[in-house]
Design a protein around this ligand. Structure first.
Ligand code: ADP
Ligand code: MG
Length: 150
């Protein structure tokens, strides 16, 4: 399970890379997004949503924790930052085993609820508008997704 790397020089580039990934995702796919505040996790999800055919504006779900969007497949966009010191379970298992696509920002805070197989993304700052996106597929289905876009 090797990691792949992709560099972007603007928010737009991150979004178009994410859009490409979004266009090939399938029912039941789970993605985790790690990276500091302002790294681009939500920006990435905006692009992903476009690739899923979602036309509504995607905003950070920090306060609601989970937001749902309708597209080619439903998108469940989660930001579980606020669960850092809590073991609250908002029904995660059902989302992860459902028919939609799940994207989880700060997934480390709900580690115990995550499915074993998932696509792990880490976004790091590399300068003003430069970012590196590290992609680690865990499981065969995710290796296939990565092969398709890289
Ligand atoms: P996070 O969800 O990780 O806290 P956001 O996506 O909300 O981060 O914010 C990222 C900010 O960085 C946005 O204002 C975005 O426009 C900006 N940005 C600049 N360059 C990039 C890039 N290459 N990729 C993603 N975002 C970028
Ligand atoms: Mg965010």
């Amino acid at each position: 399970m090797s990691a792949y790397h992709f560099k972007t020089k603007s928010a737009e580039e991150t979004m178009s890379f994410a859009e490409k990934l979004g266009s090939i995702l399938q029912s039941g796919d789970v993605l985790t997004l790690a990276g500091d505040l302002g790294a681009g996790k939500t920006t990435f999800t905006k692009g992903l949503a476009k690739g899923l055919g979602i036309t509504r504006t995607v905003n950070s779900p920090t306060f609601t924790i989970i937001k749902e969007y309708k597209g080619r497949l439903p998108l469940y966009h989660m930001d579980v930052y606020r669960l850092e010191d809590s073991d609250e379970d908002l029904g995660f298992e059902e989302y992860f085993s459902g028919d939609g696509v799940c994207v989880v920002e700060w997934a480390v805070f709900i580690e115990e609820h995550l499915p074993e197989e998932r696509l792990e993304l880490v976004i790091s700052h590399k300068g003003d508008d430069e970012r590196e996106i590290q992609i680690t597929p865990i499981g065969k289905r995710y290796e296939e997704r990565v092969k398709e876009i890289m």
